[in-house]
Ligand binder design. Structure first.
Ligand code: TGC
Ligand code: FAD
Length: 397
């Protein structure tokens, strides 16, 4: 019989193409050699180094599924493998990348004019320009359809819209050059997408204060977007898409990426817990890995990681064939985030008191994974999306 590999229990690596394996190797080497050595200081100091995006840009890892505009044009599975490599180090680093790639670049690529794509995508792909995605507001998170941010013709600048309102909990906003903001057009009451360019905003019309003292995702930057008659050229409004279909289409790709990413964080937690359990001895010199209760934690976590990867792989292949329903993405986003959080929380116990030291990395993964379960649709919201698809009855309101 074939040998069992605890790092790839169900042999998922047999499913990837040569190209996908090569891309995964590039991403894993970069993340382990260049990102991992920075993460503890970044997390302690709540600091995000924007050079990370430039470095990823140089390797062709940003907006990687986009064809043209300086992007690599890889498969959805390859982009999932990149995401998994990044989140193996830290969910916050993956967040910075997801927002740049799937939400800002993905939105512009899917809905922007050719002029916007040609002008903005290559800079974003290089990581020299930074993007963010503003949907959530202080009073409207799970229910973005009730947003209050409004767009209307600018009172004094001809050919411009004027945006007013606040977005909150926005990844990358404090350093973003390109802010994809969703607002209701006053004349129609319909949600539209606007590409706000910081360099076009006079002082006082756009503020992006950071939200500090977070107890998760501390290695990524989070902030607000405050707009007061912020001028946006008419050509920067997405011409065709109206309503929530716009932001949710971008979210389909980002949620798919999170399903892969959280499996990377869980795999890192498994590898660290296994190593610790083999080294730590208690009771008559036995490694704690010898004890059944410890083995069960490792068996549960390894099984969930293996299943989660196969499910993400399947949706990735269907996505490239145009056969991925949004509910499939809700299913893998919810399941993989929940299982990653529950299992890392259980594995944390293996480290005993040492789990409290950040040098063991496990506590950081647990705190981060709470956030992944919350953003891009909290898990219970995805339960309701699935419940609606199963029963035909919506339970949100
Ligand atoms: P609902 O009636 O369900 O839909 C309204 C319109 O949107 C369309 N639609 C979709 N289109 C494409 N893909 C999807 N997944 C779609 N889901 C819905 C739908 O067809 C309809 O279109 P139309 O043309 O008929 O108008 O809208 P609802 O208001 O009832 O929605 C309810 C609910 C709960 C499903 C939705 O609001 C929801 O998903 N809430 C969660 C909010 C959320 O995910 N926010 C994410 C913010 S961004 C973020 O967190 C980034 S973190 C990134 C990081 O740091 O990594
Ligand atoms: P609420 O909507 O107030 O929900 C609170 C609780 O109530 C949840 O458990 C929810 O499931 C539950 N609930 C709500 N409605 C129902 C219902 N009908 N039935 C049952 N339960 C319900 N947003 C962006 O737009 N862009 C970003 O880049 C971004 N980055 C983020 C980064 C971080 C670090 C964090 C923490 C958040 C980020 N978000 C971002 C916001 C994120 O998407 C929201 O926090 C999330 O959608 C939940 O919204 P909320 O926090 O307002 O919670």
């Amino acid at each position: 019989p074939a040998a069992f590999d605890w790092k790839d229990p169900l042999g998922a690596s047999n499913l990837y193409t040569e190209d996908e394996l090569a891309i995964a190797e590039t991403a894993e080497s970069y993340c382990q050699e260049r990102m991992l050595p920075r993460v503890l200081d970044a997390y302690r100091d709540e600091h995000y180094d924007p050079k990370i995006l430039e470095e990823m840009g140089e390797l062709g890892l940003l907006g990687a599924t986009i064809k043209g505009y300086g992007c690599a044009g890889v498969s959805s599975v390859a982009s999932g493998l990149i995401t998994r490599a990044v989140e193996r180090v830290d969910s916050g680093y993956r967040s910075g990348m997801s927002v740049q790639s799937s939400l800002a670049m993905g939105g512009i690529e899917e809905f922007g004019t050719e002029e916007l794509k040609e002008r903005l995508l290559p800079k974003l792909a290089s990581g020299k320009s930074i993007g963010c995605f503003g949907l959530t507001e202080p009073n409207h998170g799970s229910d973005p359809g009730s947003m209050e941010t409004v767009a209307k013709p600018h009172p004094s600048k001809k050919g411009y819209y004027s945006l007013s309102g606040s977005k909150t909990w926005i990844t990358n906003s404090p350093i973003a050059d390109v802010l994809l903001v969703w607002a209701k057009l006053e004349s129609t009451g319909k949600i539209r997408g606007f590409v706000v360019e910081r360099e076009l905003c006079p002082p006082g019309t756009l503020e992006t204060p950071a939200i500090k003292n977070k107890n998760g995702l501390r290695a990524s930057l989070t902030g607000m977007i405050q707009m007061d008659e912020c001028p946006v050229p008419e050509g920067n409004m997405f011409p065709e898409v109206e309503g929530l279909r716009g932001p949710f289409s971008c979210l389909n790709s980002a949620r798919y990426g999170i399903a892969w990413g959280t499996m990377g964080a869980l795999e890192d937690a498994i590898a660290r817990a296994r190593e610790y359990a083999l080294e730590r001895k208690q009771f008559k010199g036995n490694p704690i890995a010898k004890y059944q209760l410890v083995q069960k934690k490792l068996a549960d976590a390894t099984t969930d990681a293996a299943y989660g990867i196969l499910a993400a792989y399947q949706v990735g292949r269907l996505k490239d064939e145009g056969k991925a329903a949004p509910e499939m993405i809700s299913m893998i986003k919810r399941q993989n985030c929940d299982r990653a959080l529950i299992n890392t929380r259980n594995l944390q116990e293996i480290f005993g008191g040492n789990a409290v030291s950040d040098e063991y990395h496990i506590g950081r993964h647990v705190a981060n994974l709470f956030v992944t379960q919350t953003y891009e649709g909290q898990s219970d919201i995805h339960s309701l999306i699935l419940g609606r698809a199963i029963t035909g009855l919506q339970a949100f309101v």
